[in-house]
Design a protein around this ligand. Sequence first.
Ligand code: XMP
Length: 516
Amino acid sequence: TVLVVDFGAQYAQLIARRVREARVYSEIVPSTMPVDEMLARNPAAIILSGGPSSVYEEGAPRIDGALFEAGVPVFGMCYGFQLMATTLGGTVDNTGAREYGRTPLTVAKPSSTLFEGTPEEQPVWMSHGDACSAAPEGFTVTASTDVVPVAAFENDEKKLYGVQYHPEVMHSTHGQQVLEHFLYRGAGLSPSWTTGNVIEEQVAAIREQVGDRRAICGLSGGVDSAVAAALVQKAIGSQLTCVYVDHGLMRQGETEQVEKDFVAATGVQLKVVDAQERFLEALKGVSDPEQKRKIIGREFIRVFEQAQAEIVAEAPNDQPVEFLVQGTLYPDVVESGGGTGAANIKSHHNVGGLPEDLEFKLIEPLRKLFKDEVRMVGQELGLPEEIVQRQPFPGPGLGIRIVGEVTKERLDLLRQADAIAREELTAAGLDRDIWQCPVVLLADVRSVGVQGDGRTYGHPIVLRPVSSEDAMTADWSRLPYDVLAKISTRITNEVRDVNRVVLDVTSKPPGTIEWE
Ligand code: XMP
């Protein structure tokens, strides 16, 4: 395992992903973890991430110098690089020499461990105020910029390396190569970690954990719960029952996809609960987004509990249902362990995931994986492409894509518009370019239009195509005009009561991806 020490900001997750892209397994640990504890995990290498602090700030995170004496290869990036420099006796000055964004880097030693085979001049992504002016003793300076005399240093004997920039971001064009050089050449690791290993490992672990008992899994139709269920099904077969709650807030064809394609691919035991009436009843008269989310979450749990009781009642003499399968991913684990007290922007309700007070023991076979890795696991398990490559869809479904009260008529109308948008985006081959494209009905807004010879007074549909790496930030997608035109024409022609289609051109922040 390569440990990525997190000094804050969002860099650590990206670094961990890049290490895994190099087929080396990595995990994130907080910078507050004592060095003993890090070393007790027997890491093959350690990476110190960037962070928002200056090494001169009071209370800025530090690292125990013992880390550099343990014989474990270390790679410092940005803040991690400056910490290495100051801890090992180099000089970091608060010169006011700032560099932000794309910067040309000059490699001083093209044959070095980190830079071999990369161009002598290469663009890198910088973000720092302080600058290293002298490397610690025993280190060779291997790169510089116009502003920073020491932008990279290396000590092959001690296997310690550092760069001032962010090799993990794509703007550093040779960053991945430099990172791989550290892993393979500096730390002597080989690219051997695969998602195939994960499947074998998890199947064995789940069998051991569950024994003869039974498990249940809430399926949402999304990628994570589908892959988690398929993995557990592979391990324990008919001891698993999946529950799919059809709350009526699904998109066109989704329930059928779970009922047919998913079952066909996995052979899983599935219980489908039709709870459409119940959800509509509970949502009657409600237009406040937070209230909608809470109601949907609450009803979901009730239906799920009921389904669980039925499963037990149907086969009372069988083994107890003791386990709940959840599709928790690694970023969720890191974020909930981080305890940074991030503001609650929306009460996310992961339908398909459930609260722990249901008194189950949890099986979370994906808790070490990133999203793209979950997709690879799904593919290897033979799940259909339409499920594995699905774009994210919120648990509360179309319920939070109708601005205003949720009714059956409005849901049907939105389903129709959404299906058209998805069809055209797929036909244009844009599915992989966009992260997701919420289609929103502004049910409380009306505007005047003309169709045929008559005046109409209908509702607008909003298209919200976004590009993103992790949904934390997003930009609006610059879709080709002809695709937008086609979607607009079809929606206004085919969907009753819609006389306008508008495009949302807001990034996140300030807008969130969903409208509610
Ligand atoms: P926002 O709107 O917060 O969305 O920018 C970020 C990502 O999360 C999805 N989303 C949800 N997913 N339960 C979920 O499982 C939810 O309650 C929920 N709300 C938003 C959204 O589709 C986007 O991908």
